[in-house]
Design a protein around this ligand. Structure first.
Ligand SMILES: Cc1cc2nc3c(=O)[nH]c(=O)nc-3n(C[C@H](O)[C@H](O)[C@H](O)COP(=O)(O)OP(=O)(O)OC[C@H]3O[C@@H](n4cnc5c(N)ncnc54)[C@H](O)[C@@H]3O)c2cc1C
Length: 412
């Protein structure tokens, strides 16, 4: 891939990954044309606040990633409210709904993901609430004043963030989680247990190992039948049961798909003129064990955008950024450094009952992830340790007398 030969970059998806790619291209001095095609009508915005600050105030503020001036001064052609319908790989053109063709030298797929609706009898996606877009958040906030009781399907990050905010408004909340523990796909059992306590203390009813088997309209709300045979009534149902990557455009163009658009270490698809990044991309990750993984985080979207922009301007490097995440659930600020894939040991540093602690996660004696609650200093040190390939013996990490920062060599 020779950056100097490129004059037209087209990006599908105006989310965190797509906008960062455009910004980084200009930062690297790319002087060709940049087009971003995004199907949502709003100026590209940050998603994380939708389940956090946005729901706290019912003001309809938008949360732009960049001001309008960024696109004007950067000469970035931002096509909002526009769906990319087809990729003509032979002629290197993106075909928009309506037929317009946008030629490209390089195409970046940053199409993100959409919410998954579990197979529940009677679940009508148009009647329940969900949270992926600003439009969804507006719909949810508009309902807040009328809600007394809400059923949240899914005990992952977003379901629990919403549950905590609903509880802060005095709304009764039942969280249905199919797995036996909260955020089980991502967190260690020790941290899942701590969050179980936090949410129970907030007054949320947690129904673990339980799914809705049927949802039926009842008056202005819903009657739910649960897998344990119990019945539940709710004014509204919020579905937060994970996402599916938006791969249809890539699949129809014949690109490889496996739980996402498959890319190599450079984030290139099997077509050297097409990259895929962010929530939609299944990529090899040095922190993720064998086989491609898909990450759903702002860090990943932004760092992959930067990685592609660097390659397109002549600095091709394998993607190797350390994964990190955050989640705010009521007063609890969770930060995660690294990936807990294949973990076989954990130790806790600090006091869970005191609300400030970290769980250090190990695989075969090596530190692979650190989950911190209200302990930003632990998180920042963990990011540097893990990225530098340094480990801390479990007993040393758990010892409150250990100065973690002192373990980082000056060069790291
Ligand atoms: C409510 C919520 C809270 C979150 N909180 C956190 C958090 O606290 N921390 C964290 O790290 N991450 C969080 N995330 C995840 C994070 O927002 C995502 O990982 C990130 O947005 C991924 O960026 P992306 O650009 O890959 O995809 P997206 O942001 O999903 O953007 C993709 C865009 O592409 C558009 N698109 C798709 N197909 C087409 C097409 N054919 N034509 C045109 N446009 C198309 C989509 O409409 C969308 O606008 C949260 C997500 C949500 C929904």
């Amino acid at each position: 891939m020779n950056g100097t030969a490129l004059s037209r970059v087209v990006i599908v998806g105006a989310g965190h990954a797509g906008v960062e790619t455009a910004a980084a291209l200009r930062q690297h001095g790319f002087a060709g044309s940049i087009t971003i095609v995004g199907e949502e009508p709003d100026l590209p915005y940050q998603r994380p606040p939708l389940s956090k600050e946005f729901l706290k105030s019912v003001e309809d503020t938008s949360l732009p990633l960049k001001g309008e001036a960024f696109y004007v001064t950067g000469d970035i052609d931002l096509r909002l409210g526009t769906v990319a319908e087809r990729i003509d790989r032979d002629r290197r053109a993106l075909v928009l709904a309506g037929g317009e063709r946008i030629p490209y030298d390089h195409l970046v797929l940053a199409t993100g993901a959409r919410n998954r609706f579990p197979p529940v009898q009677g679940l009508d996606p148009s009647r329940v609430l969900e949270l992926r877009t600003l439009a969804h958040a507006r719909a949810l906030t508009a309902r807040l004043p009328d809600l007394r009781r809400v059923a949240v399907i899914g005990g992952g990050f977003i379901g629990l963030e919403v549950a905590a905010l609903l509880r802060q408004r005095g709304i009764e909340v039942d969280v249905l989680e199919a797995a036996g523990r909260l955020m089980g796909r991502v967190l260690s059992p020790a941290m899942s247990d701590a969050f179980r306590t936090f949410h129970e203390e907030m007054g949320t009813r947690l129904r673990l190992g339980t799914v809705a088997s049927e949802i039926a309209p009842r008056g202005d709300g819903f009657a739910l039948t649960l897998s344990d045979g119990q019945a539940l009534e709710a004014d509204a149902v919020v579905v937060a049961a994970g996402v599916v990557p938006n791969v249809e455009l890539a699949a129809a163009a014949g690109l490889a798909i496996d739980n996402g658009v498959v890319v190599d270490a450079l984030l290139l698809t099997c077509d050297p003129a097409i990259s895929a990044i962010g929530d939609c991309a299944a990529h090899p990750n040095p922190y993720g064990g064998d086989g491609p993984i898909r990450l759903e985080s702002v860090q990943n979207a932004v760092d992959q955008g930067k990685c592609v922009a660097a390659r397109l301007t002549g600095d091709a490097r394998a993607y190797d950024a350390l994964p990190w995440f955050w989640s705010h659930q009521g007063p609890i600020k969770l930060q995660i450094a690294g990936l807990a894939t294949g973990a076989d040991e954990t130790v806790t540093r600090g006091d869970p009952a005191g609300g400030r602690f970290s769980v250090f996660v190990y695989r075969e004696g090596r530190l692979i992830a650190v989950e911190s609650v209200n302990s930003p200093a632990d998180h920042m040190v963990a990011r540097r340790l893990i990225a530098a390939g340094l480990s801390v013996p479990p007993a040393v990490a758990a010892d409150p007398a250990t100065d973690l920062k002192a373990l980082i060599p000056r060069a790291a």
